[in-house]
Design a protein around this ligand. Structure first.
Ligand code: IVH
Length: 716
């Protein structure tokens, strides 16, 4: 604020607005955080309006941390994204105390010298909402980010500003930390949720299945004025990155939670410090008894090692901290009628029976369908169409049938016969030895193709915005598309031919596809291909290890299995995928359509940066000043394969160097292979290569061949 601004505001107005803010923050906190209001709502509203009027009269008084800024105004087209400074992990789940004890034993094995008796746990109810990170710089809220995929979240700052339990300014005496990232759950109280749904019904708005969906929908509202009308709450449970001028004052989880309360955050009621696992068990039993009395929904409990030093020693897996665990409540069950069993054909051709149920409410969610897994399960449970069945739902897990209740049969039930032909294409169905599933083996089966295309563009794949299942279906039915690559060849006229598709909608679809093409990364593409057993995490690990699609394609099962998360089944499935001519054709078509994601960024090199192959450092002073230095390709036209662990190069780095030198990486040894580069524990490839008379190189030979040998390094 400038001096001139200051002179425009009378001193009384300035003093009054400061007083009003203080009063409103104080009473807001009593009301929303502590549930203990001392003034009437009408009085609060009066103070609020007074402040609003002052700020409108003297715009220089406006302040992003004023309680009036909670009202919301801007309407967005879509939510911007931002990377988390530290990843937001998930939690590993256990479903009973035996598993909980095992989790703690595993912790102790990782902490040599630690004694179970010294291990205290901070326990909290597990709140059933959505994870959120609030970023405070010098005590001011500057950003609110959803968890997103854990690495990048969506910015929902304007909406979160409207949430009364979110401090806009940290409530504490200085010194404030220069940076504090607070993590917690956004949720809706059960009562508020019911009232919201009623209001939505009356006003013709959309209603929500449960408080969590309502909270998630509200947080991601594009209109923050609407978000302001939604009764959201934020409950803190931890921190992300922090910076302190004098070092962090916190050394335990409990201290963090006490500190956050002092800063003005609400914390989950019922949290406790448990000095032992037995104490955790007693506390948990109490929570189960109290569960219904909580104002919001819980889906379990969380136990965290209290000492931050031990937390740090335990660290994280790819997915979750090793120092915390979620005890999930037992699943909820309900009774209903099995009306029919339909067969769904998945993207890998697997035929999955799906139960059609008379709609039933299971723990707050209306369930109409349940998975039956496979035909054996139907037989084992002796399920008959028309049976009364018990349905179970556990958190996000797809509902399942626990059992039939044969004692309630009327005699009108009928047995289910699993089809021996694909319900989509009528083609042959096989059941491979050792597999529970029947599979349609027709690669051209419309259902298989449809699922493959659907998966490709879905959230689990390239996440193409605005290309939903319905549109994919219409494109397939109209014959415009029969594989994922065809989507990227679509032109406006292909879309305009579809019913109910205008120019604007068509342009949006093309734009979305183009954006997806541009932002496609290697892990996303790998996940989108729908290779059996390859999900998002494994795709990331593969991309990190191999660095290019070509290198994954070229990898042998042994190499693949070196990647964390890749077991024998996954490795075999990757090999099968790339061996199929149809899939190779698809990859070629995808590449032609511009879907060839740039290489993953290699991890930072530790050694000196290698010279270019001709011994010069690429740079402006070189022969190719200003232009890309022309690299000779010493391995142009040669095929090459790596095996075993190389002494200094990581596999991705080695593959990258080989490809840069013009080599084609292949997957197996044959007489046509030019070079096999061998590291430690080479496996069977070495013997096969020797037998086939292939040239065998050590890493040093390879480096020399591509002009990057030790002698060449740094010789610029
Ligand atoms: S601690 C590294 N404490 O559960 C993650 N999480 O299943 C540490 N959640 O995404 C989270 N209540 O959003 C923690 N008291 C609580 C929680 C809690 C709910 C959510 C959280 C996380 C999810 C993981």
């Amino acid at each position: 604020m400038t001096d001139t601004d200051q002179t425009h505001v009378p001193a009384e107005a300035r003093a009054r607005s400061a007083k009003l803010r203080e009063l409103l923050e104080h009473h807001g906190r009593l009301y929303h955080v502590l549930d203990d209001p001392v003034i009437a709502d009408a009085e609060y509203d009066g103070l609020f309006r007074e402040l609003l009027t002052l700020e409108e009269t003297y715009p220089a008084l406006k302040d992003p941390a004023s309680p009036t800024m909670r009202v919301g105004g801007a309407v967005l087209d879509s939510l911007p994204t931002r990377a988390h400074s530290l990843p937001m992990y998930s939690l590993d789940n256990v479903f009973n105390m035996a598993e909980g004890r095992e989790f703690v034993r595993k912790m102790l094995r990782l902490l040599p010298g630690a004694d179970e008796r010294d291990m205290a746990f901070w326990t909290e109810p597990k709140l059933d909402g959505l994870a959120m990170e609030l970023i405070y710089e010098k005590g001011l809220l500057v950003c609110a980010l959803t968890r997103g995929d854990g690495e990048t979240g969506e910015e929902v700052t304007a909406n979160m500003r409207t949430v009364r339990t979110v401090p806009l300014r940290l409530a504490s005496r200085p010194p404030l930390p220069p940076l504090l990232e607070v993590r917690g759950e956004v949720l809706m109280n059960k009562k508020d949720f019911a009232a919201l749904n009623l209001r939505q019904q009356e006003t013709g708005g959309r209603t929500f299945a449960n408080p969590r969906n309502a909270a998630a929908g509200s947080v991601r509202q594009l209109d923050s004025a609407e978000a302001a009308r939604r009764p959201l709450r934020f409950i803190a449970y931890g921190i992300g990155k922090t910076e302190w001028a004098e070092g962090s004052p916190w050394s335990t989880q409990q201290e963090i939670m006490l500190g956050l309360r002092e800063f003005g955050f609400a914390a989950a009621p019922g949290a406790a410090l448990c000095p032992s696992l037995e104490a955790v068990e007693r506390w948990y039993d109490g929570l189960v008894r109290e569960r219904e009395n909580f104002p919001f929904e819980l889906d379990g409990a969380v136990a965290k090692v209290n000492s931050l030093a031990l937390q740090e020693r335990l660290g994280f897996t790819a997915r979750a901290p090793r120092f915390a665990v979620a005890f999930k409540f037992e699943a909820e069950q309900a009774r209903t009628t099995l009306e029919d069993i339909l067969i769904q054909v998945g993207r890998t051709g697997v035929l999955t029976p799906v139960a059609q149920l008379a709609p039933v409410n299971v723990g707050g969610v209306v369930v109409r369908r349940a998975t039956l897994h496979n035909e054996d399960e139907i037989r084992v449970c002796d399920l008959r169409i028309g049976d009364t069945v018990l349905v179970r739902r556990a958190g996000d897990v797809i509902p399942e049938i626990v059992a039939a209740l044969p004692e309630l049969r009327t005699g009108r039930e009928r047995a289910f016969v699993f089809p021996d032909r694909c319900p989509s294409c009528g083609g042959q169905v096989v059941r491979e030895a050792g597999e529970a599933a029947r599979r349609c083996v027709n690669r051209a089966c419309p259902a298989v193709r449809r699922e493959a295309v659907r998966h490709f563009v879905s959230k689990a794949g390239l996440d193409v915005q605005g290309l939903g299942d319905k549109l994919v279906e219409r494109l397939l039915d109209a014959g415009r598309v029969n594989d994922p690559a065809a989507l990227f060849r679509l032109e406006e006229k292909d879309l305009l031919d579809l019913e109910r598709m205008g120019k604007k909608a068509a342009a949006n679809v093309l734009k979305a596809l183009d954006e997806a093409r541009k932002k496609t990364t290697l892990p996303r593409l790998l996940a989108a291909l729908g290779i059996r057993h390859i999900g998002e995490q494994t795709a990331k690990a593969l991309a990190r290890e191999f660095g290019s699609l070509q290198a994954v394609e070229a990898a042998e099962a042994d190499d693949l299995r070196r990647v964390r998360d890749v077991g024998p089944e996954a490795a075999a499935s990757i090999r099968d995928f790339f061996a199929s001519p149809g899939n190779r054709e698809l990859l070629r078509a995808l590449k032609e359509a511009g879907l060839c994601p740039a290489e993953e960024k290699a991890p930072p090199e530790t050694g000196p940066s290698p010279a270019s192959p001709d011994g010069t450092q690429p740079g402006k002073e070189g022969r190719n000043a200003g232009a890309q230095p022309a690299r000779p390709s010493p391995l142009a036209g040669k095929t090459l394969l790596f095996t075993g662990t190389l002494p200094s190069l990581g596999r991705r780095e080695a593959s990258r160097l080989a490809e840069e030198a013009g080599a084609t990486l292949v997957g197996s040894v044959s007489a046509r292979l030019d070079y096999l580069v061998v590291g430690d524990n080479p496996g069977s490839k070495l013997a096969r290569a020797e037998a086939a008379g292939v040239a065998i190189l050590a890493e040093a030979d390879f480096l020399r061949l591509i002009g990057r040998s030790e002698n060449n390094r740094g010789k610029s």
